[in-house]
Each structure stands twice: as structure tokens, then as C-alpha cells.
Design a protein around this ligand. Sequence first.
Ligand code: HDD
Length: 730
Amino acid sequence: MAKNIQQKKTQKAKTQKAAAKITDLSANTENSADQFLTTNQGLRINDNQNSLKAGERGATLLEDFILREKITHFDHERIPERIVHARGVGAHGFFQVYESMAPYTKAKFLQDPAARTPVFVRFSTVAGFRGSTDLARDVRGFAVKFYTEEGNYDLVGNNIPVFFIQDAIKFPDLIHAVKPEPHNEVPQAASAHDTFWDFISLMPESMHMIMWAMSDRAIPRSLRMMEGFGVHTFRFVNEQGKSRFVKFHWKPLLGVHSVVWDEALKISGNDPDFHRRDLYEAIDSGAFPEWEFGVQIVEEKDEHKFDFDLLDPTKLIPEELVPVKRIGKLTLDRNVDNFFAETEQVAFHPGHLVPGIDFTNDPLLQGRLFSYTDTQLSRLGSPNFHEIPINRSLAPVHNNQRDAHMRQTINQGRVSYEPNTLGGGCPFQAGKDMSGFVSYAEKIDARKVRARSPSFFDHFSQATLFFNSQSEPEQTHIINALRFELGKVETIAIRERMLFMLAQVDKTLANGVAAGLGLQVPTKINGPLNQSIPADGDPKKFQPQRAKQEVGTSAALSMANTVKDTIRTRKIAVLAADGFDNAALTVFKNALTREGAVVKIVAPRLGTLTGSEGTEVDIDFSLLTCKSVLFDAVYVPGGEQSVTALSNEADAIHFLNEAYKHCKAIAATTEGIDLLSAAFLKGDAGADVIAEEGIILSRNPPGKKVATEFINAIARHRAWGRENKAHVPA
Ligand code: HDD
């Protein structure tokens, strides 16, 4: 036991040392009181307020090298933002495998459960510019850099397990279509516009991904509450050289949760940094986000056993067919010190591999393997981007690559070629013991063609599988999302073409969307067509045949089946004013914080509040500086004076109405119930506890039971039953 603890301690110290190495390089961490301001050449500066002039009122002199250096550096502070995934946020952490994966892969970081591998993770949206809102309806990037002892391994995935297109050659078209339209650069970070849906309506292969992108998955409650996927099928290769196919998953321990669309729109105005702030605050408070790493492993002999092609990135393997085996855990436990140096300069690449993991011939993946290095060259400006501290490998780098812009390494000696004798032959190939990377020796016997395999042609079956696997509220949200998106499309022919496509997925879906658009679902499509669509618009010819599906629904695809037993890190607003019931607040606050929730006092003004027993509490937010959309639940304690004051505040009433509309848990005790009545909740709450549809009321001074009911309601995330009920003015 003691040995175990000691081992763990040594391991932890090792990871910390390794992790520190990633960022301490060239870090400017001096913080002494006698630190003087200097130029970049180290020259001390006496006056940072005034430029050098010819007389006090005179012209500024060109000679002022201090001014020139400062302004020049400033003028060059920006680098090009990422062409996609520009908006993002990153954090450090570590990965630990549960048990050795040696039977499947020789990757060293997947062998020893005692070993911790440092990681850096960057989450992102895809379409928006660097300063765009976090809550855009969009796919989220989930990119993980493992700093392994065999070199850096990057798993550059998304929070959606499939993709819009099957071949990388279509990627620039997809991105041009979704980005702001080129003539007026509108709209920002939104797919709800003509060019996107024009493209999509001509790309039947995108339909499965569209189902996901229109679902609540595209508006996560938190980056800490979303899944991650490697998307493509990769290979695991073991020490014996045996290969198996593998799909990668990240499963968040807090469950998968989302906000509602109306909320997303309002959060975008109230706090465009909502996700970025949420991640930073959680890590800063010690509530470290965690994901389990999952794999679906398929034997090589089973490659063709599915009713879809494993190489097709628009398909997933239903967990009913191949279960996800959870093999390790990712923990994010350290925020960046400097956003630009770390999050902005980190460079991922699906081609950063380690021995034991390899590619497949997925044509989307193959194209990505070119794109990422290329984009770093234009964004970071030099083939030396691997020398930027956040990108450095912990494994030592030895090769004969030299020079180029901003070279940091000072290579010694006269030898920069191989073979050589003058350098003693160094550095040597690892070839002798084959400890270096060996590409999997896949047998290829083929003709060179520019074509797609017919096994990629079934574009609708898995879209239908996804739709059918959703709970009723989730299906409604997809229909509403499509009504919104297509409602913003100005060209009627595009709307109609999309309705036609949706009808290939599910008739109820298409009819539901059509009703919102005031259109009929067409039986044929007109207008310009691309090669994927037969010239006569006959739906039967879309694909050779709709493949027979082995599963009709898959529970893992619905967020209704996610983790719902914790309120850890959930944000609860307490609406209060002077005279609030302090005893009640104490009961609730203690119960909620014990479960790991974060409780904030929201009042008509800032400062402190005086409670019923004369107790003072600090106010966290005024009603002006925060809205209910920034919280997961609301509690209104009693106290006549407090409730009367709040009843006269339109913002307090609106706060409750909005929380109600967004189906959040709401609790009110004693006089607090009157505030609910002033808002939307009519009727008497005579009973001790009413826990109906996420509303918990108690006329009696609250005890543990009421608080527990509230906690259970928050853990359920949303009371969707309310959605179709009372319509409140919010
Ligand atoms: Fe990509 C960035 C994920 C297809 C080309 N991609 C990028 C990032 C993620 C993904 C998470 C942000 C990394 C970061 O945080 O810095 N991309 C994906 C996934 C795809 C995918 C999961 C499909 C399964 N991407 C894809 C294709 C191409 C690219 C088909 C080009 C042929 N992606 C890029 C890029 C980016 C990028 C242009 C922009 C910034 C960067 O690479 O470093 O190279």
C-alpha cells in the first residue's frame, strides 16, 4: 500500500516536471520587486510615458528607437487566425490508462496504468472568427495533444462522431459555404444562411451530420459536458504487428448536456465567452473536468461485416454492434498562463502519430494529413513551429533539419547530413531494433482512379437511425432548429430542396419543418443539381439502395440517456433582496455546495444584503449584470421584505420567467413562492413540497427534504415536459 502511494507520488512528480517543461521554456517568469522595464535588447527604460521630441511641444524624433521598437512590435502582434476552428480555448492536463492495452497497441502511453502522460487540449467552434460567440450552433473541435515519451500524438477530433463530407477535396467548398458570405461577410458564426444550405441541399452525404448539427449537441451547456470522437476509423497495431480497426471516444464524467436554442441566442449577447469562462473557472476552482477514453475495436477480418463502410467518415459504428470499451481517463487540471503563447500557438496535426497507432484509407483523413502542416506554415509562419514551447515534444528531437525563420535550436558541429562519418554517424536510425515508427504494411493492389466506392453511397440510413434514436423533446428541437436555419434562408428553392432531402431521412421530420416554413415537401427536386443527385430528381436513384440496418435505434445517440445523477459545477442563482430568509438560504446553500454546485447571490444592486437575522451576505451579481441564461437553476428564499422588493423588479420577474421557459429547476420557499406567482406561477402551494416538473415549492421553512428535491431536479438537467405547457412572457 505504502509502496503504491510512493509510486503514485513519484509518478505525479514526474508528470508535473514533464508538464512544467512544456511551458517553462523561454517563459518570462521573473517576478522580483527590482524588475526594470527594458527594451527587447535588455536596455533599461526611464520613461515609458513620453516619446522623444524636439522640445516639449515639438515634433517626435525618428531617432526614438524606444518608441519605434514598441510600436513596431505592436503593429505585428496579430497572426492569421485558424482558417477553421479559429475560436477556441485550451487547458493542460494528463492522461492515464486503466489497464495495459498491449494486446491491441504498442503505443507506450497506453501500456502502464501508473504512468501519467501530460496533455494539452483545445476546444473550438468551427465557423466563427476568433472573436465570435461561444454559443454558436456549430460542431465543437476536441483536439488533444499527448506529450508521450515516444513523441507527440495528436487526436484531432470533434464532439460529433461523423462528418459532412466523405472526401477531403470537398472541404474548401464546405467551409466556403458555411463561413460568412463573401460579398458582405454576413452572418458571423452561423450556418443559418443561403450559401450553407445551398451546398448542403446538394450534398446528400451530409445528411447524417446535419442531424447531429441541428440537434442539441451543437449547443453544449459546457465544453466539460460534451463527448469527443476521433471520427475516422484508425488502426491499433500491437508489438506483433497485428492490426485492428479502432474508433476513439471521449465520454465526459459529468454527462452530455446542452442549453436550449433560445438560451444560446441570449447567452451569445450576455456572455459571448460563456464556454471559455466556464472551463477556466472550473479548473481554477479545482473542479477538474474529466473524460474517459473509449475505444471500439474491430478485427481486420470483420472489416466488411457492417452495412456501411468503416472508411466512410459519415458513418458511426452503433455501440450496440461494437461496445465502447473505456480504457483510460483524461483530466484537465491547469489553465494556460498565456492565451496567445499556448492556446493560439498550439499546432495540431492528425499526422502526429506514435508507434502502435496508424491511419486507414478514409479519404477525408488522407486529405487532412496534408492540410495541417500546410496551414501551420501560413499561420505560424515557419517550419520551426514545433519549437514553440507548447508544441515541443518531450521526447528529444534529433535530425538534420536546419535553419528557417525563427530557428530556436542551436545545433552544434559541422554535420547536418546523413550518412556521415564526421559526426560519428549520428543521429542513428532506430531501424535496428525497429523501435521507431513502422507504417502498417497494408496490402494495396489497385488501379489509380478518381472515384468513390459504392459502399459509401448510403447517405440516409444512419441519419434516420440518429433521428429515430432521439427522445421526443430532442426530435422537436431538431425540427425547430431546421425551421430556424431554413427560415433564415432567403431562396425558396433551397428551402424546398432541403425539405426533399429531409424527407429521405424521415417524413415526420420533413413535414414538421415544412409546416414551420409554410411549404409542402416536394416529391421531386428542381433547380441546379450536382453529380450526387440524379438529373431527373428521382429519390430512388439517390443511392444503389438504402442498406438494411442492423439496429433501428441506438440508446447512446440520445442525450436523454446521459449521466443525470450529479449537480457538480452547476451554477445556481439565489434571487434575494434585503430582508431575505437567511436560515433558508443557509439550508439550501449548504446542501447545494456539499454536492459540488456553485451558488451565487443575485440582487437588484451590488454590495451586501442584510438578511432576516441581521446577517450580511455579499452580492455576486446585480440583475443588470447577469441573466438567468447564465445559470442552471434558481432559488427564491422567503423574507417578506425581500420578496416585495423583488416583485417590483421587472428583471427579477423576467429572470424567473426565462428560467421557467428554459425548463430549469426552480425552488421557492415560504414567501418566495409569491415571487413565482408574480411571475408565471399561479395557484396556491399549500403542500409541503411540490416537485412537479422541476418546480419545488414549500410553504414551510425549508429542511433537507426540500433541498434534496431541488438537487434531484437540477441533476435531471431540464424538465422538458414544461416546454409544451405554460407559455410565459420571456
Ligand atoms: Fe480540421 C483544424 C477537426 C476535417 C483542415 N480540425 C481543426 C481543428 C480540429 C479539427 C479540432 C482545430 C485544432 C486546434 O484546436 O488547433 N477537421 C477536424 C475533424 C475533421 C476535420 C474532426 C473531420 C473528421 N480539417 C478537416 C479536413 C481538412 C481540415 C477534411 C482539410 C482538408 N482543420 C483543417 C486545417 C485546420 C483544422 C485547415 C485549421 C487550423 C489548423 O488546422 O491547425 O488544417
